[in-house]
Design a protein around this ligand. Structure first.
Ligand SMILES: Cc1cc2nc3c(=O)[nH]c(=O)nc-3n(C[C@H](O)[C@H](O)[C@H](O)COP(=O)(O)OP(=O)(O)OC[C@H]3O[C@@H](n4cnc5c(N)ncnc54)[C@H](O)[C@@H]3O)c2cc1C
Length: 351
């Protein structure tokens, strides 16, 4: 018998696996080798909400834990996965410059924003007539390398390439049996696909589709992440991640003509260099009605747990959320109320 079955191996499943590994708990991951939101994400760790000049909820806690945690995983897999790349916000006019300077004086932002603007001439090929504001404590995690190297190097014998059929889970006094694997409990980390999970589909996952491009641009700097109406983020070999769209209506993972046109129109507003489009893809972010994560235990079955709802900030939040969930399950620590799925329990009993 193993301790835990983890369903899903995006950034949530990986971080939960890492909590179990650190605590010497036995586990098996069940997940199909398919593209997920985590594979498509830019992997940007940004503690600020630049549109509203605010910081992310509990940003210091999430950030400090995430930096330490990804550095440790980097040592473990012996592959570079975290890049401390600054974000440069392109300021479009005098008003945005003033907002930036004002933002720098807000107590919850002053550690994150550099109050000295960076000259718009510094980087060749970017249109920044009103200079740049710099986000100081940002980074970029290479999710694709992280997920594949962790799976191959750390859990090669604990990963099963499969999509689980929820109707085939059997419950017994020891816990859960799935296709011959007996576990004490199961943690679902299925991202937006959790809407198909019969145990947790009462939770208000609304989802938001994101389309992105990969472009090649030989003359653009790879030192920084540019933030205009979209992110333009280096991924190596003169390739850049461009995105993303937000669409709450379309819940398919098809890349669309509309998305492509929107991305290119925004890209052309900031980039003044020749480029070539290499990829155009889409995935659904697991966004929640109240914009807070979904952690906790099923209302009636104490073998079933969920780690989900990370919206646009999975890379920043997944490490600490995994720790919170682990401590909740194993030590009965209280979850922060804003993350606990108990807040939606009425939905379950109403259905
Ligand atoms: C275009 C785009 C850009 C983004 N950029 C960023 C960014 O820069 N920074 C950031 O922090 N976040 C970003 N995000 C958000 C980020 O991708 C998510 O917050 C995060 O990846 C969610 O991770 P997850 O593990 O919960 O879900 P997912 O990555 O969706 O993973 C879910 C996993 O569950 C598996 N699964 C589902 N159903 C089953 C089943 N029945 N059986 C077995 N396995 C199953 C899937 O195969 C997958 O492995 C972006 C998202 C998009 C779409």
């Amino acid at each position: 018998m193993i301790d835990t079955l983890i369903v899903g191996f995006g950034i949530a499943g990986l971080n939960y696996a890492e909590q179990l590994r650190r605590h010497d708990r036995s586990f098996v991951v069940l997940a199909p080798r398919e593209e997920s939101a985590s594979n498509l994400a830019a992997g940007i760790i940004n503690p600020t909400v630049l549109k509203r000049f605010n910081s992310v909820w509990k940003s210091d806690e999430f950030l400090n834990y995430a930096f330490r945690h990804y550095s440790e995983i980097q040592d473990l897999v012996q592959t570079k996965i975290i890049h401390r790349t600054p974000i440069l916000r392109i300021l479009n006019n005098k008003r945005e410059q003033n907002e930036w300077v004002f933002g720098c004086s807000k107590p919850f932002l002053k550690n994150y924003l550099n109050n000295k603007l960076i000259s718009g001439d510094k980087y060749n090929g970017i249109k920044a007539p009103f200079n740049y504001g710099e986000v100081k404590k940002s980074a970029k995690v290479d999710n694709i390398t992280l997920i594949s190297s962790y799976q191959k190097k750390i859990i090669p014998n604990q990963y099963i390439d499969c999509r689980i059929d929820h109707t085939k889970l059997e419950f017994n006094p020891e816990g859960i049996l799935y296709k011959g694997i007996q576990a004490k409990k199961i943690v679902f980390c299925e991202g937006f696909q959790s809407v198909k999970n019969p145990f947790f589909n009462y939770l208000p996952l609304v989802g938001s589709k994101g389309e992105m491009l990969i472009i090649k641009c030989n003359l653009l700097t790879e030192e920084v992440i540019f933030k205009g109406p979209i992110f333009l983020s280096p991924i190596g070999e003169n390739k850049f991640w461009v995105g993303a769209t937000f669409d709450r209506e379309d819940k398919t993972t098809f890349a669309t003509k509309k998305g492509n046109e929107w991305l290119l129109s925004k890209l052309d507003k900031i980039l003044n260099l020749p480029y070539q489009i290499l990829e155009h893809k889409a995935q659904i972010r697991a966004t929640v009605i109240d914009r807070r994560p979904l952690l906790g235990i099923h209302p009636l079955n104490n073998k079933l747990f969920i780690l989900n709802g990370m919206g646009t900030r999975g890379v920043l939040m997944a490490p600490l959320l995994s720790k919170w969930l682990y401590e909740y399950i194993e030590y009965k620590f209280k979850l922060p109320e804003a993350t606990d799925i108990k807040r939606f329990e009425n939905n379950y009993f109403r259905n």
